[in-house]
Design a protein around this ligand. Structure first.
Ligand code: ADP
Length: 444
């Protein structure tokens, strides 16, 4: 079934209106035709009724077609408008089209075929225009939405940046606070340690057993506290990038033997045997002796702390490519593989409870990790729960100097001139996991 088109003819000339009606009917177009005779009626009708097309006389009694088209378009009335002109005037046609007419036709050309063709064309153009307007509208809307989302994203970015800045500031303040506090606390602590040591000297008078016991406790606790304070201070310096290695030439075997001798009494107090195995052709190394000592003390005190019975070994040997390995092994409680990674994080302990058996800050391994990284080395951990642990550090025999990058420093070890080029000390070693020596293994 053919679609019935609603057509409005606006013309005060009845003959012309009839010509349109007849032409459309003869062309076989199924129409429902309405007629008005002036511009005001056309405007009023088009405000309330929807038409498929309007045929509009260019010359109306109350206004010309151009003015009416402008009014209709200004009122947002969207309908195909075909203007019927009296004569073929291209200039008039251009004006009409500019004002919003869909098409125009000279009245002299009104005949069934032409009028039907103009009607179809006007409706097609109008449909295309409507679709384009709709697509444009959607485009505008999605554009606006994108703009809004962009603005929101920008706001979020700014907020994150601000939060980042605040976090950095808070972290800086925390490091500063830690550094100041531990530094300030060290002075009275040194006095406590110093004076308790003096009190224990016989030349300052004989103390009773009970007094000696009490002063010794003050001294030991003071030393423990000082160690904790030093750990916090070191950690805050490392965090703030303010800790520098001070390399020097020294005999590694001497340092190892001194540290082991210092720690022996602690091991013996727990009835643990402490063995040392140093296999070095060349004991001289170029490194920060204070930090190497600190690493060894930390590893040894952990081994003693976490071992209830058995043995602790310190093994030192030379590796290919001018590397050294220092390992501390124990027969202690061991570490589960799932904890391997975490124990190297600051303030992390396997037992995080307040009632934990073993005291400590949880900073020792974090500090060792950072120091070894600064030395350009790596840590290897092998451990098995209930069996024991081995922490091994592998570092270059000669430390690269943290001075001008690219410069060369020369040292004489074992009668040979040795050159070492300066690299970035803050390299991050690769992490992997193996289980070659019975224990689960972890390389940092
Ligand atoms: P702290 O000893 O002060 O707790 P560390 O950073 O030195 O801190 O060690 C972190 C954690 O790693 C320890 O709390 C412990 O759980 C585990 N750990 C370190 N060394 C050993 C070891 N030799 N045997 C078993 N566990 C260890």
């Amino acid at each position: 079934m053919k679609e019935t088109l609603r057509i409005l003819v606006v013309d005060n000339n009845e003959v012309d209106r009839m010509a349109v009606r007849r032409a459309l009917t003869q062309a076989g177009v199924c129409i429902e035709l309405s007629e008005v005779t002036d511009g005001s009626d056309a405007l009023a009708t088009l405000r309330t009724t929807i038409y498929d097309c309007v045929f509009l006389d260019h010359r109306l009694p109350d206004q010309d077609g151009l003015a009416l088209i402008q009014r209709l378009r200004a009122a947002e009335i969207k309908v195909p408008l075909v203007v019927l002109t009296a004569q073929r005037d291209e200039q008039v046609a251009v004006e009409l089209m500019k004002a919003g007419a869909t098409d125009y036709l000279s009245k002299s050309r009104v005949c069934p075929e032409t009028l039907a063709q103009v009607l179809r064309h006007a409706m097609r153009v109008h449909h295309a225009e409507t679709q384009t307007a709709l697509a444009n509208q959607r485009l505008r809307e999605s554009n606006e939405q994108l703009l809004r989302q962009n603005q929101e994203l920008e706001q979020q970015r700014q907020q994150i940046e601000l939060q980042n800045f605040k976090l950095l500031e808070a972290s800086r303040l925390k490091s500063h606070f830690l550094a100041t506090m531990s530094h300030e606390l060290r002075t009275p602590m040194n006095a406590i340690i110093g004076f308790s040591q003096i009190l224990l000297r016989p030349k300052f008078g004989q103390l009773t057993h009970q007094q000696t016991d009490m002063v010794e406790r003050i001294l030991n606790n003071g030393k423990n506290l000082l160690m904790l304070l030093n750990e916090v201070l070191d950690f805050s310096k490392l965090e703030g990038g303010r800790l520098e290695l001070k390399p020097e030439l020294f005999d590694l075997t001497k340092i190892i033997n001194i540290v082991v001798a210092q720690m022996r009494s602690l091991a013996e107090a727990k009835k643990l045997s402490l063995r040392v195995d140093i296999d070095m052709q060349q004991p001289l190394v170029f490194n920060d002796s204070v930090r190497v000592r600190q690493i060894l003390i930390n590893l040894l005190s952990n081994a003693i702390k976490f071992t209830e019975s058995g043995c602790i070994w310190v093994e030192v040997k030379e590796l290919p490519k001018n590397q050294l390995a220092i390992a501390v092994r124990d027969t202690g409680i061991g570490i589960a593989p799932k904890d391997f990674k975490h124990i190297f994080e600051a303030f992390r302990q396997v037992d995080q409870s307040m009632t934990r058996k073993y005291p400590g800050t949880g900073l020792g391994l974090a500090i060792i990790d950072s120091l070894v990284q600064m030395m350009g080395g790596k840590i290897i951990l092998e451990s098995q729960l209930g069996v024991g642990s081995m922490f091994k550090i592998e570092v270059p025999r000669q430390l690269s100097l943290p001075t001008a990058v690219g410069s060369l420093a020369a040292y004489n070890l074992d009668g040979h001139d040795i050159f070492c080029s300066v690299q970035n000390p803050h390299h991050s070693p690769s992490k992997s996991s193996t289980a070659a020596m019975g224990f689960p293994k972890f390389k940092l």
